[in-house]
Design a protein around this ligand. Structure first.
Ligand code: XLS
Ligand code: NI
Ligand code: NI
Length: 441
């Protein structure tokens, strides 16, 4: 099948090129040079950029105070399957020109929801057919699929944690289908963001029961994954609030605890999102380190919030300090295996033209490419890693090594403390280290 009939992005005639840091061309990369090799791997393979269908192709750019402003000339304004199929071709034209290797979707952003579940499944199949054609035509791959279990009113009380068992069943059926489609499209993963899995008031909520149901739901998903031989990675995406007052998957640590409690740790990794981290009162670096240390760092939703706004603004990442921190943690834990740098981000309501989608993604890709270069330079320099290593050197021999090897208990330690001098501390050198990092920014 052919591409979208009329070019949807006439300002961008050919793929965005790398022109280097001195370029003044707004439609060129200044830092993202896909084939440039860093630490033995191309930038493309390190960063594994992914475009999200929901924000980039479905977000009308409305806010609680006003209607959508987005101009998307290819969209005929209907909820038809035909319009959805045409939009797929536009999406792939965009991604071909941008040069990102991956994309991600929710079942309900790619295809319209029908009057019945059977009709919705049929619609999804009809659109997935075009997704497959376009994937084959362009070589762009599906990073992960996910089910929208939060927009339809049937999920107002949650999906897996709904008080209504019928909603749970419906959600299971929806995930089953979406997992099948994700598998058919060769998807690298499947994400569970806990849309409305949480509560608005404790007066009507049985937390224990709801968490048990969430555990059951995810176990069933893992069973079904094995049953159909879907090899993709499962991810949980932490977020502390919004839309509910308290989301059960509040942060990386809460998710890890949940996964361990329900015996699911082996089946899931985390998909961390910067804006969710900050809503949880953490930095993204904190979340990445918590996940990395638990061998659960799977993928990232590469966006950012606004320090002065307390909600999920899902902005494109532009802070090099942030991306350098992300890339340092990522490289430290061995890089992406199945995951990627997924731009779960939307242009501002005032940036309503199609070309703004290019500016936004180019900026995010360049910011991460710079972060990668900075992180690699810090690692090559070695002073930071050396400092941390030395800081823990008391554990490498003597009593520290004995503790780590579980060779001593409280009695031996008491004996040791009674016969040793007062523990001698050395400076943490925070300011020295902050200055060191700034040498590279
Ligand atoms: C919402 C989430 C969502 C997930 C996918 O805040 O970030 O977009 O990434 O369901
Ligand atoms: Ni997200
Ligand atoms: Ni989000």
């Amino acid at each position: 099948m052919a591409k979208a009939t009329k070019a949807a992005f006439p300002q961008v005639k050919k793929p965005i090129q790398y022109e280097g840091p001195d370029s003044k061309n707004p439609l060129a990369f200044k830092h993202y040079n896909a084939e440039e090799v860093i630490e033995g791997k191309t930038m493309k393979d390190h960063l594994r950029f992914s475009v999200v269908y929901w924000h980039t192709f479905r977000n009308p750019l409305s806010d609680p105070f006003g209607v959508g402003t987005a101009i998307r000339p290819w969209d005929d304004g209907t909820d038809s399957v035909k319009n959805a199929q045409n939009r797929v071709r536009v999406a792939f034209e965009f991604m071909e020109k941008l040069g990102n290797p991956y994309y991600a979707f929710h079942d309900r952003d790619v295809a319209p929801e029908g009057k019945t579940l059977a009709q919705s499944n049929k619609n999804l199949d009809a659109v997935a057919k075009v997704l497959k054609e376009e994937q084959q035509r362009t070589g762009i791959k599906l990073l992960w699929g996910t089910s929208c279990l939060f927009a339809n009113p049937r999920y107002m009380h949650g999906a897996a944690t709904s008080c209504n068992a019928d909603a749970f069943a419906y959600a299971a059926a929806q995930v089953k289908k979406c997992m099948e489609v994700t598998k058919a499209l060769g998807g690298g993963g499947f994400t569970f963001w806990g849309g409305r899995e949480g509560y608005s008031t404790l007066w009507n909520t049985d937390i224990g029961r709801e968490l048990d149901h969430l555990g059951l739901f995810l176990s069933m998903a893992a069973d079904y994954k094995k049953k159909i031989g879907f090899k993709g990675q499962f991810y949980i995406e932490p977020k502390p609030k919004e839309p509910t007052k308290h989301q059960y998957d509040s942060d990386a640590a809460a998710c890890l605890n949940f996964l361990r409690a329900y015996g699911l740790k082996k089946d899931f990794k985390l998909n961390l999102e910067t804006n969710h981290a900050t809503l949880a009162g953490h930095t993204m670096q904190h979340e990445m380190e918590v996940a990395g240390a638990a061998d659960a760092l799977g993928s990232i939703d590469a966006n950012t919030g606004d320090e002065l706004l307390g909600w999920d603004t899902d902005q494109f990442p532009t802070s090099v300090y942030l991306t350098a921190q992300c890339m340092l943690s990522l490289l430290k834990y061995g890089g992406f295996k199945t995951g990627g740098g997924n731009f779960d981000a939307k242009v501002r309501r005032e940036s309503f033209e199609p070309v703004d989608l290019f500016h936004a993604h180019i900026g995010g890709m360049d910011a991460f490419a710079r972060g990668l270069k900075i992180a690699a330079a810090i690692r090559k320099d070695g002073r930071l890693a050396e400092f941390v290593k030395n800081r823990y050197s008391s554990w490498d021999s003597g009593i520290g090594a004995k503790i780590e090897a579980k060779k001593v208990g409280f009695s031996q330690l008491e004996k040791y403390a009674l016969t040793s001098k007062e523990p001698k501390n050395v400076s943490g050198r925070q300011e020295f280290l902050e200055n060191l990092i700034n040498e590279f920014i």
